[in-house]
Design a protein around this ligand. Sequence first.
Ligand SMILES: [Zn+2]
Length: 509
Amino acid sequence: MSLLLRALKCAREACRNEAAYAAGAASPGALSRLGRLWEVRLAAAERAQLVEDDQSMYGGRGRRWHLSDFGPVLLHLELPPSADTGLAELPVAPSLDVAAALGAGYVSRIERMMRRCRPEVRTSLSLLEEFNPAAWAQMLAFGPLRETLSLLATAAKKVRKGAAEPVAEYQARLYYISSVGCVELLLSPVPLRWLRGVAAGGAAADLGPFGVGEPDSLAAGPPRLRAAVSYIAHHLLPTAFRAMPPIVLDAARLSHNGYPITISLLRWLPLLAAARATLPWASSLLSGPEWGLAELLGCTLGQALLSGMDDVDDRGGMNSLLPALAEALWALVHLAPELLAAALPGAVAFARRVEVAATALDIDVGISGATIESGVLQAVFGPGGDSSEPELLAMLQRLLTGGAPGRDFAAAPSGSTSASSSPVVVPDLPADLAEWVAASALLLPPADLRLLLPCCANPRCTNLGGPSEREMQLPVRGGDGDGDGGGGGEQRYCSQGCAEEHRGAGPGR
Ligand SMILES: [Zn+2]
């Protein structure tokens, strides 16, 4: 096996320059050569997953096959080095390597490897952020639509399932690995940035008409990017938000895992807030316990408190964390002040719990009680700190003390669920937020996503049976649609249990 791995690494290295071409600019035959290499890479990883055993898990003598050895071989996709085609904006075509991987059935095979879990196999595939998020964003924009959405649905279930499983206290690292940690790549804000660029550049993002379950009914590029980002916003983010609090409360592990994923989640908040404020069907985004906004903000404030006081922590993480937090809060202050006002007390309380947990673990937070007493927000954004934000701080403190929060633009008439209603116009927004509003107008309502990929209507479903979400049978019929996007379509469930759980949870949730 190690010989095979070495051979694969060599082959990948040998093709590296070629693979980094844009798909249109390669030499003839390169695509099929790379495609054959991808076939071998994927087949070897699938084999590893099926035959790994205790010996291979724990590195005993004769260690043979282990899926994690294939992680780098699988998840490393070459991109053209040019900045234009990397992070900055959605390229017009995928890189040759991405195109070759797609040709080998990459997306559906990755999904299958993510779904497989005990007792069938020991480990399932994790999508870690150490690999290239821009390559993954290409997958989302150029991959086969239903397979991509199916992968995202599986990712959401993986997070939900991992988060629901009991983990011993202070085992947050395990909890992290089995929940949000396994889908880091899919939470990256790269596709979000691209969507914003698409909105600003007026690139062809029209969807045209599409019907139930039509395979690939949206064109590659901007339309598929729209669908994928929408799917992440509706399905993956709420579960990811909910999974965070226990991870952060285990403050000892914070510097390991807390930062990158929290930063990713915060980066999504302006888009969600903009959608919520302006799109009638999106008024439930970020609301309610499914989202746990207070906890997410509290997590972050808590992290900011701790790492602001702990010199051991990498400042790199802090440097990105605080701007992301400030940007998210800024967007919420303007676009969803009432929501933020409702979430802030809980967030501050949660931040204090983080601090208490750190003290209990004997982590030297090096903070004087007086700083905390003067207020969590003050400690993070007050004068004298690295991240002094006097204007933001003043607005937040007004919200916290119950001052007039201003208007919450999401006050759409209840029951208004028509996906075609024109967006609410929010006056006098800072330019930056206006761009988020424009990007949010490209999001698809949940009803359209259901047309593209029908799946179990229970938002708590964790059924990972079968090779993919798109092939899952939905034999149980429920009541009418709950109207979270209009359409009033019939609800379908994967099982009687899911139907009952959903009904028991009340309409709409
Ligand atoms: Zn289900």
